[in-house]
Design a protein around this ligand. Structure first.
Ligand code: 4AD
Ligand code: MG
Length: 480
């Protein structure tokens, strides 16, 4: 048996002084031919492995280089040095994989996040990315825990679909037809997708919602948690071409129930990460503090990361309508001084992210749920309000990020839904299966989609979305 190791996190928690243990990991640093800082990824805390001088052959010592992997056996002892409680006094060291220190791209020093993005494949081995990805894991686990406890069914909706759930038209095509101009053509002279793999034109999903509604109208409550794809050419710190989305969908549920669930859910997963990943969260809090020290005082956050998150879980989200938001924006000094890049033209306008961020960061200074948007700015499936102008939509905005989730009560009335589809030129034939939810036992229902990476950004305090997903896909970049 090879794997008789104890993970360093467990070892440091148990403090098994006097015991014989085996650990395995990667060398972070090696000082004075005596002290190895060994990291195994279970925690940012390295284990200090102490080599008695003269006891190990020179040949072996030379191979203990940054990022070499090794197995160490020995006895746990109280540390004589500062900075750690325990040492492993090594009896045997076995190099598992050498690492050429000259060629290894990461030095045992602070690298910029931009530099590490070029070394995406190795950045997990740094403290910052160690902490981020353990927190990301914990958040994902908390998502399942939350919905499982509430009796929601985890539904795996398809990744390849023929529908465009958002009607946004920014999709990645999936095809096996040749791209060299020899693809079969139809009578009009365009590519004949009837001869493609699926016998029709298909794309990567932008959202699992429509399939999710079919699940909700049978199981009552479902959620999806999977990758979604958008071919939007937005090179921002908030957009990815491939991101993960969580989409709960609930039968017998209106917009207010939807808001209540979303708020409870967001607070639950933040609290869960703070409790179950306290050490990494502490590290990330400190990291942000150090980073913001470089900024002029007026650009720094008013609260540290942990204080901000605590404030968010302990306080109610602000809930206002789109109409009220427009009034606030119009009357703001920011608007009067013409500081918005996109002018506040009035009711009916699409809110830009600078407007959303003004509302959460400057005006309310807390998460805000905006609701009842003008129908014209929103998707076809949203429930039409009695005023004839707005739909029962909601967006959840948080400080530092802007929109983190979007959802709505769905239009469950067949006639209203099909009228709206006609207005928006969405062919009924293509969505006949979706419309069956309204034909057979339709019910009031609602749901939302939370962008998982934006959530991870919010919790870890990372400014760029590329730093919270393992291998980011953005316009012009899919290297790793
Ligand atoms: O607002 P969106 O487009 O809503 C939907 O897709 C609905 N079908 C959700 C539903 O009601 N079930 O996307 C939902 C969330 C956004 O609020 C945002 O957090 C995230 O997904 N998101 C992105 N995250 C990263 N990169 C992108 N390109 C994103 N586009 C949306
Ligand atoms: Mg949205």
């Amino acid at each position: 048996m090879f794997n008789n190791r104890i993970k360093i996190k467990e070892l440091l928690a148990q403090e098994p002084a006097g015991q014989q243990v085996t650990v395995m990991g990667w060398v972070r640093t090696f000082r004075n031919n005596q002290f190895i800082a060994l990291n195994d990824g279970s925690t940012n805390n390295n284990l200090q492995v102490v080599l008695e001088l003269g006891k190990f052959p020179e040949e072996l010592l030379k191979r203990i280089t940054t990022s070499a992997s090794l197995r160490a056996q020995g006895v746990i002892e109280p540390s004589l040095g500062k900075g750690q409680k325990l040492d492993l006094k090594a009896t045997t060291i076995e190099i598992l994989g050498d690492s050429d220190a000259e060629k290894y791209p990461l030095q045992p020093k602070k690298h910029s996040l931009e530099f590490l993005r070029e070394k995406t494949h190795l950045r997990f081995r740094t403290n910052t990315f160690g902490a981020i990805f353990r927190v990301r894991h914990t958040l994902a686990f908390a998502v399942h825990q939350f919905f499982n406890q509430k009796g929601f069914i985890y539904l795996h909706t398809p990744i390849i679909t023929a529908s465009d759930a958002e009607g946004a038209g920014e999709m990645f095509r999936v095809t096996t037809l040749p791209m060299d101009g020899t693809a079969p053509k139809n009578e009009e002279g365009s590519v004949n997708y009837k001869e493609d793999f699926f016998g029709r034109s298909t794309n990567l999903t932008v959202s699992g919602q429509l399939e999710g509604e079919l699940g909700a109208t049978a199981f009552g409550e479902i959620y999806t948690f999977g990758p979604t794809f958008r071919a939007e050419n937005s090179n921002t710190a908030r957009h990815l071409a491939e991101f993960w989305m969580i989409e709960p969908e609930m039968a017998f549920c209106d917009l207010e129930d939807n808001m209540n669930l979303a708020e409870e859910f967001i607070k639950y997963i933040i609290r869960y990460a703070m409790q179950h990943n306290a050490e990494d969260m502490q590290f990330l809090d400190q990291r942000l503090f150090e980073e913001e020290k470089q900024l002029p005082p007026d650009k720094r956050s008013e609260m540290g990361l942990l204080d901000k998150l605590k404030f968010v879980v302990d306080n109610q989200f602000e809930r206002i309508t789109y109409t009220a938001a427009i009034d606030i924006l119009r009357q703001s000094n920011h608007n009067k001084k013409k500081k918005f890049q996109y002018e506040i033209t009035g009711w009916g306008m699409d809110l830009q992210s600078e407007h959303e961020r003004y509302l959460v960061e400057k005006h309310f200074k807390k998460p805000v749920i905006l609701s009842n948007y003008p129908a014209a700015t929103k998707a076809f499936y949203m429930r039409q309000n009695e005023d004839g102008k707005t739909v029962a939509a909601m967006d959840i905005l948080v400080p530092g990020i802007g929109e983190i989730a979007g959802g709505s009560q769905r239009e469950e009335r067949m006639d209203r839904l099909t009228t709206r589809m006609k207005e928006m030129h969405i062919p009924e034939e293509e969505l006949w299966w979706y419309l069956d939810t309204r034909r057979f036992g339709t019910v009031p229902h609602a749901g939302f989609g939370l962008g998982f990476e934006r959530m991870v950004q919010f919790v870890t305090g990372m400014n760029n979305i590329r730093d919270v997903i393992a291998f980011p896909r953005t316009p012009g970049s899919a290297e790793f």
